[in-house]
Ligand binder design. Structure first.
Ligand SMILES: O=C(O)c1cc(=O)[nH]c(=O)n1[C@@H]1O[C@H](COP(=O)(O)O)[C@@H](O)[C@H]1O
Length: 268
């Protein structure tokens, strides 16, 4: 079985796409949970040919209670059936023993081979259970390095993001040469001017770049995050794909294809 990083890179090369499709279904957009599930699965299936991976954000499923979590599991299962790598956006982080429980929950068993977003605020030692579990199960973790929101500067300025980036590179240093490692990094697509710096600080990390579309980032801003040959980063859009034009699945497909093509145009 391919690791998450291998699967994403293989898909990028084979399908010529660097797009991560975020599936963040908003309850108030639908008649009921069945409608939400059907539309989310339709968007997933229709956009799959343009996606290097999908990224369900837990909050939107958790907001629906147990039924929502069951829908998220169905979304993940549908992605696996389609051969699409799954990046679970839960931004987990806690003291080590609790982190170990989170890691078992979301990086093993049916989620072996998936990736999980993790929050490093509790300290680098708390990343260890996530990294070890991801490595043992062919998965990946994406550490928050510099988030896309304007308020990130309150805590992530003054070299803090750079320190986290150096730690990501350190964690990846012992993995096999010649491929992307199991520790990726989240760097907002909204920080165009910083992308090349973070790319250089974490040469073996896949970068997740959220903020494409709804948060104002454009494909043209993202060149600095990629290696030559157009690998090493995943640009992510959620609302900009799923709700490109109301609930039109055709519009979602058009948006996914459009983001893919814009990214490829910048990297050509
Ligand atoms: O980890 C993330 O994906 C993430 C990190 C970040 O810095 N900013 C950010 O927006 N995200 C997530 O990316 C998605 C962005 O959604 P859209 O703005 O609708 O494309 C949401 O699910 C956010 O939770």
């Amino acid at each position: 079985m391919l690791t998450f990083a291998q699967a994403v890179t293989e898909r990028t090369r084979r399908l010529n796409t660097r797009l991560c499709v975020g599936l963040d279904p908003r309850r108030d957009t639908y008649h009921d949970a069945a409608h939400l599930k059907a539309h989310t699965l339709d968007v997933l299936e229709a956009c799959a040919p343009y996606a290097a991976c999908i990224k369900p954000q837990f909050a939107f499923y958790e907001a629906l209670g147990l039924e929502g979590m069951a829908i998220m599991e169905e979304v993940c299962a549908a992605a696996r059936t389609l051969g699409l790598p799954v990046l679970l956006d839960a931004k987990r982080g806690d003291i080590g023993s609790t982190a170990g429980a989170y890691a078992r929950a979301w990086l093993t068993g049916r989620h072996a081979g998936a990736a999980l977003t993790v929050n490093p605020f509790l300290g680098f030692e708390t990343l260890t259970p996530f990294v070890d579990t991801a490595q043992d199960n062919g998965g990946a973790v994406f550490v928050l390095v510099k988030t896309s929101n304007p308020g990130q500067a309150d805590l992530q300025g003054s070299g803090v993001s750079e320190r986290v980036a150096v730690e990501v590179a350190r964690l990846n240093a012992e993995e096999p040469d010649g491929e992307y490692a199991s520790v990726g990094a989240v760097v907002g697509a909204t920080h165009a001017a910083d992308l090349a710096t973070f790319r250089a600080l974490m040469p073996r990390a896949l970068l997740l770049l959220p903020g494409l579309g709804a948060q104002g980032a454009a494909a043209a801003d993202l060149q600095g995050a990629f290696h030559e040959g157009g690998t090493g980063a995943l640009a992510s859009a959620s609302r900009g794909v799923q709700y490109a034009d109301g609930l039109s699945v055709a519009a979602s497909v058009g948006a996914a294809r459009g983001f893919r093509d814009e990214l490829n145009g910048v990297l050509a």
